[in-house]
Design a protein around this ligand. Structure first.
Ligand SMILES: [Zn+2]
Length: 352
């Protein structure tokens, strides 16, 4: 598998509304895979691959299949720089503040990236009271510290700059971890699945669109305009899902089990997948011997909902990869599940 691409995608910062660096990387990477590529007003990168090898009769409209892969990762926007050079932030996306102690970060500014750390204010352990020690910080209490003199911070950092976790992409046995696995795995899949179709010269009568979308983490925003522009018949939301196959979570709540294959996303709180598409996808997976598992997310949403509910509506489904420690700095996936997702998309989509 093209692990180098996943690493590069994961290590390129891009919060909701600031996906341009991820988009630039993808734009360079997809050369030759699509017939038309455009960026819409919201920053979505919308790519079209026309039918190959077979097609509809003249005048008939080809089925439009849209793969939605969000580019944004959760992060923070600068909301204040104080007299001492400490930076306060607001969150873009859902953080579990229990995970926000002692973080290494990258602050993205017009004058370049600045390494920094983030901590809640207050006393260190040596002098903390019992009440201090049990306190979970709120995002508004977090301090980003660049170590730079205040006047330099004032000069270089402005309200609206953003920061993300700076932890590197790592491989652990058959797994990999990164703070941006959600959702650079989907960006990887949007590229690698089409590359597989191209490599195998698989014919398809449908038009395959891949939208690398913006602002998913704050409410599936880019997916709405993408879906409207493409006017798709079938929408496939590609994303991470939970994998709670760890001690402390009962088996019935694990959502997916890592290493057991690509997740066929039946429903979440934003949409219910078209059951016939799930059946069809499952049949394809069985026939091609691609490991797969059905999965339901009790809470949470993803881009598939936007494809389903925008404009005249579309049949929609989700293709997901089980991820441990989601929305933390160590989001972990199993490479086998990612490969299964790529193979399922490359096998199933051309037949639609
Ligand atoms: Zn996501």
């Amino acid at each position: 598998m093209n692990i180098d691409l996943l690493k590069r995608l994961c290590e390129t910062p891009g919060v909701p509304g600031r996906e341009e660096r991820v988009r630039d990387l993808i734009s360079k990477e997809i050369k030759g895979l699509f017939d038309e590529v455009k960026t819409d007003a919201m920053g979505n990168l919308i790519c079209k691959r026309s039918a190959r090898g077979k097609g509809k009769a003249k005048g008939e409209r080809a089925t439009r299949v849209l793969l939605l892969c969000h580019m944004d990762q959760i992060g923070f926007y600068v909301r204040d720089v104080d007299a001492k050079g400490f930076i306060r932030v607001v969150a873009a996306g859902g953080f579990d503040t229990r995970n926000l102690f002692s973080r290494r970060m990258t602050l993205v500014t017009d004058s370049g990236d600045i390494p920094c750390v983030m901590n809640p204010g207050g006393r260190p352990v040596h002098i903390a009271s019992e009440a201090d020690k049990n306190k979970i910080p709120e995002v508004k209490e977090l301090l980003v510290d660049t170590g730079l003199p205040a006047d330099q911070v004032k000069k270089r950092v402005k309200i609206g700059d953003y920061c993300v976790y700076s932890d590197p992409f790592i491989e652990l046995g058959e797994k990999a971890a990164s703070p941006a696995m959600d959702n650079r795995i989907a960006c990887w899949l949007g590229i690698e699945a089409v590359r597989e179709i191209e490599r195998k010269k698989t014919a398809h009568a449908c038009e395959i669109y891949v939208a690398f979308t913006t602002q998913e983490e704050v409410g599936l925003r880019g997916a709405k305009t993408s879906s409207h522009i493409v006017d798709c018949d079938i929408g496939i939301g590609i994303d991470v899902t939970l994998s709670c196959d760890v001690p402390g979570v009962p088996e019935d709540e694990r959502v997916t089990e890592q290493g057991k294959g690509v997740g066929l996303h039946v429903m979440d709180s934003s949409f219910i997948a078209d059951y016939k598409l799930i059946d069809d996808m499952e049949k394809t997976a069985k026939k091609a011997r691609i490991p797969h598992q059905r999965t339901i997310l009790a809470r949470g949403g993803q881009d598939g909902a936007a494809a389903q509910q925008t404009g005249r509506g579309a049949r929609a489904v989700g293709v997901v990869v089980g991820t441990r420690y989601i929305h933390t700095t160590c989001e972990m996936i199993h490479k086998k599940d990612l490969i299964a997702a790529r193979d399922l998309l490359a096998t199933w989509v051309p037949g639609l």
